[in-house]
Write a protein that binds this ligand. Structure first.
Ligand code: ZN
Ligand code: ZN
Length: 352
């Protein structure tokens, strides 16, 4: 117990880090789990001729959290892909990403990183219609860019590599940054795509709207169907739960280990104290038997006979407490008069 049973800095750091991470992961897990349970409870609504009637009978003409599956239909205009002919959509996102290699001074490796240098998203008003062309009911999608989950289809992708000259290459090695090139993508939500929307459904002046739900609920617009969307969210919840559990266990075991070390240390020092008390009691008894005053005994005299000088070291305990004569007279198996440890070896002490 060199540390005196006190926790080491490393142990405190491990405990603090794992506790903090557990708290963070647990709160993420809680919010994701809440999102999933709300998603499960959301009312499934189908786009048909009765939808308007259903909404007008609902209090407030609104379903606070509804799931609706339909086909993307343009309201007036459409956006054309800048790269693919006859590809028309309602959301178009152009992204330019710079890819480069950055030298990591710690690991001594080149790491690939990317940074968005330009992004532009164009939208036009659009609606969700039924898969059945005979049904004319449509649900207008409001503020689609606010959706937590908006997966668009990549319609175009191109990579423009950076032209490297020798002097550039040397410069890159000095600066620790090596540009690879520019990655250009175009993503779209195309007319005719199947879309699952989860949000607030309202009937506003004869127009059915799907809009971001109230605080605390997640707005989803996904090209996946409802079941896949739910499964994806559930997988996310599982991941955060496992992370919270792993780090929680690490924090608990570190804490238990620290408490156990402290307990062992306390028990040992208590044992040592009681042995010292016992030894002093024995010595007082001996002084009384010999009719001696405590002050008249030299501090270096043998603790057994109280007359001769101490002259041997007991190993492994290391106590110097007896003369050679008294050591010889100790009963077998020989133990140290102070700590009761078994005497393995005796080293004579020479006072010069
Ligand atoms: Zn002695
Ligand atoms: Zn001893």
């Amino acid at each position: 117990m060199e540390s005196g049973g006190k926790p080491s800095t490393a142990q405190i750091v491990v405990l603090a880090t794992s506790s903090a991470l557990t708290a963070i992961f647990y709160s993420i897990y809680r919010s994701k789990a809440k999102t999933v349970s709300r998603l499960k409870e959301a009312k499934k609504v189908s786009i048909d001729q009765d939808l308007k009637g259903l909404l007008s009978e609902t209090p407030g003409r609104c379903v606070p959290y509804a799931v609706i599956e339909g086909v993307v239909r343009s309201v007036k205009d459409t956006l054309s892909s800048q790269f693919v002919d006859s590809c028309r959509g309602v959301i178009e996102r152009l992204t330019l990403k710079e890819e480069k290699m950055v030298w990591n001074r710690t690991t001594h490796l080149w790491n690939s990183t990317e940074k968005i240098i330009h992004q532009r998203t164009n939208t036009v008003p659009f609606a969700l219609g039924s898969h059945d062309d005979d049904i004319t009911t449509a649900v207008r999608v409001i503020r689609p860019l606010d959706a937590a989950e908006l997966d668009l289809e990549t319609t175009y992708e191109n990579f423009h590599p950076t032209v490297q000259s020798l002097s550039n290459v040397i410069g890159h090695f000095i600066s620790g940054e090596r540009p690879k090139g520019i990655h250009e993508t175009e993503e779209m939500l195309r007319v005719g795509d199947s879309l699952t929307g989860v949000g607030e459904l309202v009937l506003d002046n004869n127009l059915i709207k799907l809009q971001p739900p109230k605080q605390g609920f997640c707005y989803f617009l996904s090209r996946q169907d409802y079941e896949s969307l739910l499964k994806k969210q559930e997988n996310g919840v599982r991941l955060w739960r496992i992370l919270a559990l792993v780090f929680g266990l690490a924090a608990c075991s570190t804490l238990l280990f620290m408490m156990w070390r402290r307990y062992v240390h306390c028990r040992q020092s208590k044992k040592r104290r009681s042995m010292m008390e016992e030894f002093k009691e024995r010595q007082r008894k001996r002084l009384r038997e010999l009719n001696l005053e405590e002050s008249s005994v030299s501090p270096t005299s043998c603790t057994v006979c109280l007359s001769r000088e101490r002259s041997c070291v007991f190993l492994e305990c290391g106590h110097v407490c007896a003369c050679a004569h008294c050591y010889q007279a100790l009963p077998e198996p020989k133990t140290c008069p102070i700590c009761r440890a078994t005497i393995d070896r005796v080293v004579p002490l020479y006072n010069s």
